[in-house]
Design a binder for this molecule. Structure first.
Ligand SMILES: Cc1cc2nc3c(=O)[nH]c(=O)nc-3n(C[C@H](O)[C@H](O)[C@H](O)COP(=O)(O)O)c2cc1C
Ligand SMILES: C=C(O[C@@H]1CC(C(=O)O)=C[C@@H](OP(=O)(O)O)[C@H]1O)C(=O)O
Length: 391
């Protein structure tokens, strides 16, 4: 079963991941991975750090001449900002602590609880790892998984549908999103709302404030029957929810019509099942977002996430110095004031890890050619049950 671990501090030397369980003989295009990293760094509302970093993945092992060899894959992304932080962040040797010490906890960040839990007088020891800098390496892992999933033509896209008080009203087709989303500064495909979102972020920044929002991830061509109803940890939706909720700042998730489902009657919601000779078994709606009973239905997977506003504010909130217990304003070094577009890229890629894991669980994980044979056999069997391959 594919799995990974990450390590790295926000201003440390490097971010690393070890991905274990990737099948052999998969061709990797490193440009695709770097392209995802580049997308994650963009978005109106990002702070000065993104002007310093130019994220590129380094593949250290587990791949020979662009082809995976089945052994663990070690990857890294170097932090360019480390040059400016060496004196404070070097793992070994004398470092300067006092001048970069953080003691005034930021409400909404991991600062206060992290310092108490791990017994630190310096919140830097918390913020270095709790920072969403870590999402860069998770995107690289997900992008590697996207390379695997491209064999089955499984595609991902995401777009921002709400920032601040404005929310996109139209529903967009997968093809329209994938074609237009990267042209937008806020990953919004609706031109009217794109302008509103930019303006909302600009105004919040002017007021020393921050914003959150909502984005949608769409996944196409996942075959029917990935995931299972038999056990809680085998459900596709529960696994996607775990990964998505682990992204810094994400506070809610919904599949398909999501929270609206609570207000609708059953007859308006369930995706009715039809059969015709030309189409085989099919649905006319996808209100449940492509998952029933923890399994993919073969329809597009549609999942939305809400991100809370960024906790670090340029007009800092009330807080307390964790060592002196005096009332102060919270700390600020540097910050994004909106990172919803970046989070949508992270979300796509963490979903790619989950889909890859489930594809491997169903079709095997030793080598690409066995996996493809198993996949074809499965689709062939389903044909005899009235299911036509919709890929
Ligand atoms: C891509 C991305 C960038 C972020 N940038 C910042 C930032 O610049 N400043 C900040 O305070 N929080 C930022 N956050 C959010 C915090 O990391 C997050 O709120 C914090 O770790 C606490 O976790 P929680 O909100 O999930 O409880 C960012 C999150 C993401 C996904
Ligand atoms: C570094 C990234 O995001 C960072 C996430 C982050 C946080 O608190 O989560 C705080 C900021 O860090 P810094 O103080 O170094 O500017 C962001 O820039 C990144 O996304 O690559």
């Amino acid at each position: 079963m594919i799995r990974y671990l990450t390590s790295g501090e926000s201003h440390g030397q490097t971010l690393i991941a070890i991905v274990e369980g990737m099948p052999s003989n998969l061709k990797i295009n490193i440009d695709n991975i770097n392209n995802e990293l580049n997308k994650r760094q963009k978005g109106y509302g990002r702070g000065k750090r993104m002007e310093i970093e130019k994220d590129k993945v380094n593949i250290l092992s587990g791949v020979r001449g662009n082809i995976t060899i089945g052994s663990p894959i070690a990857i890294e992304i170097k932090n360019k900002d480390f040059e400016n932080w060496k004196n404070y962040m070097d793992p070994i040797g004398d470092i300067e602590v006092e001048s970069r010490k953080v003691t005034k906890a930021r409400p909404g960040h991991a600062d206060l609880v992290g310092a108490f839990k791990y017994d630190f007088e310096d919140i830097r020891n918390v913020l270095e790892r709790s920072s969403a800098r870590e999402t860069a390496i998770r995107v690289a892992v997900g992008a590697l998984c996207k390379e695997f999933l491209s064999i089955f033509d499984i595609k991902f896209t995401s777009h921002v549908i709400c920032i601040g008080e404005d929310e996109v009203e139209n529903t967009y087709k997968f093809e329209d999103i994938i074609e237009n989303v990267d042209k937008s500064e806020v990953r919004c495909v609706d031109e009217f709302y794109e302008e509103r979102f930019i303006e909302n972020i600009r105004k919040a920044k002017e007021n020393g404030d921050s914003l959150g929002g909502i984005f949608e991830v769409r996944i196409k061509n996942v075959p029917i029957g990935i995931g299972s109803y038999v056990h809680y940890d085998k459900k596709l939706d529960s696994n996607l929810a775990l990964e998505l909720m682990s992204i810094q700042g994400i506070k809610g998730i919904e599949f398909g019509l999501g929270f609206k489902l609570g207000k609708l009657s059953g007859s308006k919601v369930q995706d009715e099942i039809y059969y015709s000779q030309s189409r085989g078994i099919y649905r006319q709606t996808n209100n449940l977002g492509g998952i029933e009973g923890g399994m993919s239905t073969g329809e597009e997977i549609v999942v939305r996430c809400v991100m809370k506003p960024i906790p670090t504010l340029y007009t800092p909130l009330n807080s307390v110095d964790i060592n002196t217990l005096e009332n102060y304003k919270a700390s600020i070094e540097r910050s994004d004031n909106c990172a919803v577009p970046a989070a949508s890229v992270v979300a796509e890629n963490v979903c790619a890890f989950v889909i890859a894991k489930f594809m491997m669980h169903k079709f095997g994980s030793d080598n690409i050619s066995d996996i493809i044979s198993n996949y074809k056999n499965y689709l062939e069997r389903l044909k005899s049950r009235g299911w036509k391959n919709k890929l």
